[in-house]
Ligand binder design. Structure first.
Ligand code: NAD
Length: 272
């Protein structure tokens, strides 16, 4: 079956693409015809899983390359974008996906735990967005007037609006992503660069395995999801593909919640 969204000829960088949502996004963008840079952390395990994603894409007839970079490090991010454009020329799409959790009660949270989450989820997304904006602004020749000059998609979270006890570092990082995204969208729209977020709810990935990997945990999680099922990486990936495509050309500065209704205050059904 032909893919509904057409990204043929486009080049996309997906950060943290060796696992979970990033992997799903990389596969979906490739299915839509994009050439994909599969970023992974510079360690052996991440590298192997990054190469496995590239293999999945090439086996299906797509094009991809794995590039190691710790996106919380400025030099690594510069190197990632240089290596990506050496391999595929102009970059069209950045999916700012890499992220981590380090939960702790506030009285026990170390500065290292705070800093690590902010460095990855917020500063890392800033560093990659800045590199993408520079690449989009400097590209020659310019894309045709009817097309966007580039697209940045942040993977945020429902926790950009829902407070999260014991994960205050994570919620603060995603709240920061919300206004970072909107500010960049406002700043870059006149240059025809579109900037949006996808905010997932509970998606079945390694980051939150304890929330779904036993029947009891899953039953308790489902109370928070009016739509009655946990999300899959493909649910998020399809939303990202649409935001990365010209079908969403008039959309910028938006957060698309892909959460089965988690942000709809489900505990108020029949109450209050
Ligand atoms: P995951 O743990 O499967 O994937 C995260 C990826 O980011 C991994 O590949 C990891 O190696 C990579 N990563 C972490 N730090 C990095 C760094 N410094 N440099 C490069 N890569 C790095 O988890 P996931 O659920 O796929 O998470 C992806 C994104 O989705 C994150 O931003 C997360 O906050 C967000 N999110 C996930 C959920 C969910 O329910 N799974 C919900 C809301 C938001």
């Amino acid at each position: 079956m032909r893919h509904a969204v057409d990204l043929s000829g486009r080049v996309a960088i997906v950060t943290g693409a060796n696992s979970g949502i990033g992997r799903g996004v990389a596969l979906e963008l490739a299915r839509a015809g994009a050439k994909v840079v599969v970023n992974h952390r510079p360690n052996q395990d991440s590298e192997q899983r990054g190469h496995a994603v590239v293999q999945d894409i090439t086996n299906a007839g797509g094009q991809a390359v794995a590039i190691a970079a710790d996106i919380s490090r400025e030099d690594d991010v510069e190197q990632l974008f240089r290596a990506a454009s050496n391999h595929f020329q102009d970059i069209d799409i950045l999916v700012n996906n890499a992220g981590i959790e380090q939960p702790a009660p506030i009285q026990d949270m170390t500065l290292a735990q705070w800093q690590k989450v902010i460095d990855t989820n917020l500063t890392g997304q800033f560093l990659c967005a800045r590199a993408a904006a520079r690449a989009f602004l400097n590209r020659t020749p310019k894309p045709p007037a009817e097309a966007a000059a580039g697209k940045i998609i942040f993977i945020s979270s429902v926790h950009e609006v829902i407070p999260w006890a014991f994960q205050s570092n994570y919620a603060a990082s995603k709240g920061g992503v919300s206004l970072l995204m909107q500010s960049l969208a406002q700043e870059l729209a006149p240059m025809k660069i579109r900037v949006n977020s996808v905010a997932p709810g509970a998606i079945r990935t390694p980051i939150n395995a304890p929330a779904w990997n036993t029947p009891e945990a899953l039953a308790s999680l489902l109370k928070l999801i009016p739509y009655g099922r946990i999300g899959e990486p493909e649910d998020v990936a399809r939303a990202v593909a649409w935001l990365a495509s010209d079908d969403s050309d008039y959309v910028t500065g938006s957060t698309l919640f892909v959460d089965g209704g988690m942000t709809l205050y489900p505990e108020f059904r029949g109450a209050g």
